[in-house]
Design a protein. Structure first.
Length: 159
């Protein structure tokens, strides 16, 4: 042992060794000491147990901050989306769902009324009239089914 050197204090480890345990470099451990997370030890060393406890407090704080940041981001994203919708509504690029549904139902009703008399206006031949009515009613039924699917889900069905 060189003159002035003393034996390491019991319960301490070299900063470099402690850093390797946590997968960090010695400089990062020194930063955590300066920030107060890890208690100071003798020169170039840290108190092992107290330093583990300090690292635990530091990691818990990091998790807490990450959760808070995540919640803050979600709130910010929600507020931004809300503002976008308000602007779109003000600009007239949004249409109320109930209004769209009402327009679709009105148009479908008008279309059905127009087609109801189509076969009779085209021919007096009974068999041809029934074939035309069947085709028109089939088409109107498929449109009605899609409209009902949209009413239930808010999306047009693909059937």
């Amino acid at each position: 042992m060189a003159k002035g050197d003393s034996a390491p204090e019991e319960g301490t480890v070299a900063i470099e060794f402690f850093a390797r345990i946590y997968g960090l470099n010695a400089e990062r451990i020194r930063q955590l000491i300066k920030e107060g997370w890890i208690p100071r030890g003798p020169r170039g060393r840290v108190k092992f147990i107290e330093s583990i406890q300090g690292m635990d407090r530091y990691r818990q704080d990091q998790v807490k901050r990450a959760k808070e940041n995540s919640a803050d981001h979600r709130i910010r994203d929600f507020k931004a989306r809300e503002m976008e919708l308000k602007i779109a509504h003000r600009e007239g690029s949004l249409i109320d769902y109930d209004e769209v549904l009402s327009i679709c139902q009105e148009l479908f009703g008008t279309l059905k009324s127009e087609f109801d008399g189509l076969a009779a206006s085209v021919t007096r031949e009974r068999e041809l009239r029934h074939r035309i009515e069947d085709r028109v009613n089939g088409a109107l039924g498929r449109v009605a089914k899609r409209l009902d699917g949209w009413t239930a889900t808010g999306r047009l069905s693909q059937d």
